[in-house]
Design a protein around this ligand. Structure first.
Ligand SMILES: NC(=O)c1ccc[n+]([C@@H]2O[C@H](COP(=O)([O-])OP(=O)(O)OC[C@H]3O[C@@H](n4cnc5c(N)ncnc54)[C@H](O)[C@@H]3O)[C@@H](O)[C@H]2O)c1
Ligand SMILES: [Fe+2]
Length: 410
């Protein structure tokens, strides 16, 4: 395997991880001003833990306004309402507390307040014109990594799939990841967010290598690099054994800690490298079936990796994933095969369905899904194999029937 000696990491200036780390909230807010807009997941309102979290900044003299009308899937018009509320309060800093939806909402509110709408101006990569309101992000789910990433995802009724705004300006200034906040997350949220974190780590590690030049602007997502190569497999090692435990025993503090740490590491990686084919394919599948993001990316990952086996360099990478998942096979082919089998088994253990037909896709939809996925050009570009629509269709055919037995031929 060739070593990478170049790389980019773009991260919050402060990242705190651990049980109790939420006690750092006033310290990190203080760096950014006194007027705080808290964009808060609705489930937190009236909970003792959130009251306790806000008590400290209030006692420390911060002026905090709370906004909690976060709607599922983040429809664009709901963000305009949130931005109008934010403008009235004129905050110095936004505090986001909640799942990935609340964190993404807060990123986009900061963008709209600073640079104005409509949001569609910013869909895609590097279209945010400059810095936005500083954001302190405190996740209550473990999976999206949004607390450290440069992306936010919304539903626009005028688009066929969910759309993303990606810009280094959206990276929060601070992230506080306290596993205590995830202890009450429902089983399905734990499972689907958690498997998405594993997909982030695996797609980072298997992404095409950073080949850019250093002059001029860099893309938001650069492909795998020297830093992420050191981190991604540590995320896989943490997540894979702990995720079924966190799903089965929600109060297991050690498992929650491992899943939260793996999710954070996965976010650190993919925030720099980007993700690839499982994500490109999930966007239209999620829109067609209204299934959660992580259910789709988790379901698709084994089939994506299976298709990538046609590329010898990808086999080496997938084999290394296999080792992180516990494979002791003697050859790269054996270890790569074990990686795919282990991920499928993990999906099964946490309730991710094994095939697209089980989530309501019909065969006739597959060509359209392949065509829509191929429009995610930035994700396709960093895939480890060339992925024209025919290849995407082939992956979908396997995922449709649940066929993991054959190795895809070149
Ligand atoms: N920005 C990124 O980098 C990135 C990456 C992956 C996914 N996403 C996006 O994130 C969203 C999914 O985020 P998510 O999986 O965190 O789910 P979510 O934020 O949509 O939350 C799911 C549900 O769980 C509830 N919830 C959250 N934390 C809870 C807790 N601790 N206890 C009880 N209930 C809790 C929420 O109120 C909500 O009802 C999608 O919109 C997806 O597109 C963003
Ligand atoms: Fe994801």
């Amino acid at each position: 395997m060739k070593d990478l000696m170049a790389g980019t990491l773009r991260l919050p200036a402060r990242v705190h991880f651990g049980y109790g780390s939420r006690a750092q909230l006033s310290e990190v807010l203080r760096l950014n001003g006194r007027r705080v807009l808290a964009v808060v997941d609705p489930f937190l309102i009236d909970t003792p833990i959130f009251a306790e979290m806000l008590a400290a900044p209030a006692a420390d003299g911060f002026d905090v306004a709370v906004y909690s009308d976060i709607r599922p899937e983040l429809p664009t018009e709901s963000l305009d309402d949130a931005a109008a509320f934010a403008r009235e309060h004129a905050p110095d800093v936004i505090l986001a507390v909640g799942g990935g939806s609340a964190l993404d909402a807060a990123k986009l509110v900061g963008l709209l307040v600073t640079h104005g709408g409509p949001l569609s101006r910013y869909y895609g990569e590097n279209l945010v014109p400059g810095p936005v309101l500083p954001l302190v992000a405190v996740p209550t789910t473990a999976g999206t990594g949004s607390e450290v990433t440069p992306v936010a995802v919304v539903s626009d009724p005028e688009r066929e799939t969910k759309v993303g705004v990606s810009s280094p300006y959206l990276i929060p200034v601070a992230a506080i990841v306290d596993p205590e906040l995830t202890l009450g997350a429902p089983r399905s949220v734990t499972a689907f967010a958690g498997i998405d974190a594993l997909v982030h780590a695996v797609e980072s590690f298997t992404a095409a290598r950073f080949e850019g030049t250093w002059d001029g602007g860099l893309p938001v997502f650069t492909g795998r690099n020297a830093f992420t190569d050191m981190i991604a497999l540590r995320a896989v090692e943490r997540l894979a054994p702990a995720l079924p435990v966190a799903v089965g025993e929600p109060g297991n503090r050690r498992a929650r800690e491992d899943v939260a740490f793996g999710s954070l590491l996965g976010g650190i990686c993919f925030g720099a490298t980007g993700t690839h084919l499982s994500h490109a394919l999930q966007y239209p599948i999620g829109a067609f079936t209204k299934t959660p993001h992580g259910l789709g990316t988790g379901l698709l990952l084994p089939y994506v990796l299976q298709a990538c086996l046609r590329e010898p360099e990808a086999v080496e990478r997938i084999a290394a994933v296999g080792v992180a998942l516990g494979s002791t096979a003697a050859t790269d082919d054996g270890r790569a095969g074990d990686a795919i089998t282990s991920i499928a088994a993990l999906n099964d253990a946490i309730g991710v369905p094994p095939s697209l037909r089980e989530i309501g896709i019909i065969r006739e939809q597959l060509p359209q899904l392949a065509e829509l996925a191929s429009r995610s050009t930035r994700l396709i570009a960093i895939a480890p194999i060339p992925a024209p629509p025919e290849t995407l269709l082939e992956i979908l055919e396997h995922a449709y029937t649940g066929d993991l037995t054959e190795r895809s031929e070149p």
